[in-house]
Design a protein around this ligand. Sequence first.
Ligand code: HPA
Length: 274
Amino acid sequence: MNEYDIAAAYIKERIAVSLGDFRPELAIILGSGLGGLADEVETPVVIPYGDIPGFSVSTAPNHRGRLVVGLLGGRRVICMQGRLHYYEGHSMQRIIFPVRVFARLGVGKLIVTNAAGGIKRDFTVGDIMLIDDHINLQGTNPLVGPNDDSFGERFCDMTFVYDPEMKEAALRAAEKAGVPLRRGVYIAVTGPSYETPAEIRAFRALGADAVGMSTVPEVIAASHAGMKVLGFSLITNMAAGILKVRLSGDEVIAVGERQSKVLVGLVRAVVEAL
Ligand code: HPA
């Protein structure tokens, strides 16, 4: 047994105590201020990351650091309430570890959420952006190193990394729920410093619509492992230089919390529609 199998076996055991042979089909990663969705999970089995062999504990503010397994909108879900970031000092290996364990558990779909800064000028704070595509500017790739063939092939395709069918389902669910949905390209940086106004101008020229410090490593690992991925960014602030104000992490979290209800409602509607 390798470390992925050990962690998967541990999670299965914890689930089995209350839910028997319950196999999660969909994983949901909840970003800054967005953990509230996990509170809506029915028959929840809560497993702190610290209990799971191989899982690292998140030190980011407002990231609770636990798995919540149960039913949401009639689907069997496994939620990460809080994620790991590269800026915390975790290796890429540790950041993608949970996603690989989900793959081992048989999870076939992943929904990722994050807080992001709006680059596109017609975005406003509180908007929700369906992630159409991403740009990886973290300076590394989580698949660097020996390839683990048990997950996927060495050179994995990224053409349809955000699954077209899941996007369609998301657009339909958003319309039905009356939630206006923006679309765009997410650019991932390492942080933890926010960007300079010059960087934001450069990212806009590159084709990015929103910027954040997460998501892309997990998405690459999930795609490598054959999972279908859907992503949403909550625009918690306009990116540096757009509004001529200073950026603050506290503000990002406050907006995340204030606006999270809409995103939580949307993700719930999407889950039901999948
Ligand atoms: N930049 C980077 N990451 C972020 C931002 C931002 O403006 N807002 C939320 N996460």
